[in-house]
Design a protein. Structure first.
Length: 348
């Protein structure tokens, strides 16, 4: 596994928009304020040509232009790391226009984004053998003040921290809109982890779990779309690192509870969960949904029962902020005690 060099104190940050750009409010103002904050921290900025674009369908521009921007920005010596402007809907369509060989042969560079950015963070690890960060997109760094999750993501990219923990509260309803583009996370809900071993929930709130493995995953909406395509090298990746075992981190955006169950079923039957050591499941965007007796927990746990691996649910990963930055492709040690969780990253 290749690990990029960390962002230095005066290193330049590159911004790309392989999914949505920051063309509309509240994202444009937040993005510009984030740029101001990074400048004040001493960083140079390099903006890709699509950062303010909104001419594409489900992405910032055409798939060709987005693929070229990502390739050119990654291999360019002008920036040390890349932050994605945002998530979106059809980043998968740019993959045919990304020069993966050129990126593979370039000096590795940290890339961070989430949601639709799974199309690169996951492939960076499984296709290019290069670690990437599943974490906040660029516009989030414009909030005033930064939530600790933003501090963690920034410090992780700088190499100042090598572990992350969960956050006390999470945001059910955002206050960020066109009139309040710099609003911080509206954290009102107490974090409450639900831990399962097989399909059985561990009711003891002081139950302890410790497991380690190579972290892999992202947004299930995107993962099942990649499954079975020419870009799906998951089987080769899991075989290569089978001695480490795997911790799958998964979350969802548009999927209802039945779609979540279908996604888990599909990944399971594709053999993706071979050598699994544990699962970290983020709060789905449809948190609390129940349909025909199926909730977000049974949608996952009943299908994963046979692995006899810990399943930690309602993690701070993904669409319901805040989110722990997760290094896809990196080895990690997970410790859970009651409602507290910690991931320690080990670069090997």
């Amino acid at each position: 596994m290749r690990y990029p060099e960390y962002l230095t104190d005066n290193g330049a940050i590159g911004f790309v928009a392989p999914s949505f750009g920051c063309a509309t409010e509240p994202y444009r103002t937040a993005f510009e304020n984030g740029q101001r904050i990074f400048k004040e921290k001493g960083h140079g900025l390099v903006l890709g040509p699509n950062c303010y674009e909104a001419t594409g369908i489900g992405i910032s521009s055409t798939p060709e232009r987005c693929g070229k921007e990502l390739t050119d920005s990654y291999v360019s010596p002008d920036s040390q790391i890349l932050l994605s402007c945002g998530g979106g809907e059809l980043m998968c369509e740019i993959l045919d226009y990304v020069d993966f060989e050129k990126i593979r042969n370039a000096r590795p560079k940290w890339y961070m984004g989430y949601s639709d950015n799974t199309n690169f963070t996951y492939l960076s690890a499984t296709l290019l053998d290069t670690a990437a960060v599943y974490g906040p997109c660029a516009a989030a760094f414009g909030m005033e003040p930064w939530h600790p999750a933003l501090e963690d993501a920034y410090r992780l990219l700088k190499g100042e921290i090598h572990q992350v923990t969960g956050y006390e509260k999470w945001e059910k309803e955002s206050l960020k809109d066109a009139d309040h583009p710099l609003a911080p996370y509206n954290v009102t809900e107490q974090r409450k982890l639900r831990c399962f071993l097989g399909a059985e929930e561990q009711k003891d709130h002081q139950a302890k779990f410790e497991f380690s493995g190579r972290l892999i995953g992202g947004c299930m909406d995107c993962l099942v779309n990649l499954l079975g395509t020419v870009y799906d090298k998951t089987a080769d990746f899991t075989e290569k690192y089978k001695e480490d075992g795997f911790i799958w981190f998964l979350e969802s955006c548009d999927l209802n509870v039945f779609a979540i169950r279908r996604a888990v079923w599909q990944m399971k039957h594709a053999g993706w969960f071979r050598y699994v050591k544990g699962f970290l499941i983020g709060r789905p965007y449809c948190h609390g949904q129940e349909m025909m007796g199926l909730d977000q927990y049974r949608a996952v746990t009943e299908l994963l029962e046979e692995y006899h691996a810990p399943v930690i649910m309602d993690m701070d990963i993904g669409h319901l902020a805040p989110m722990m930055p997760v290094i896809c492709g990196c080895c990690g040690r997970v410790s859970v005690c009651g409602n507290d969780v910690k991931i320690v990253y080990e670069k090997r």
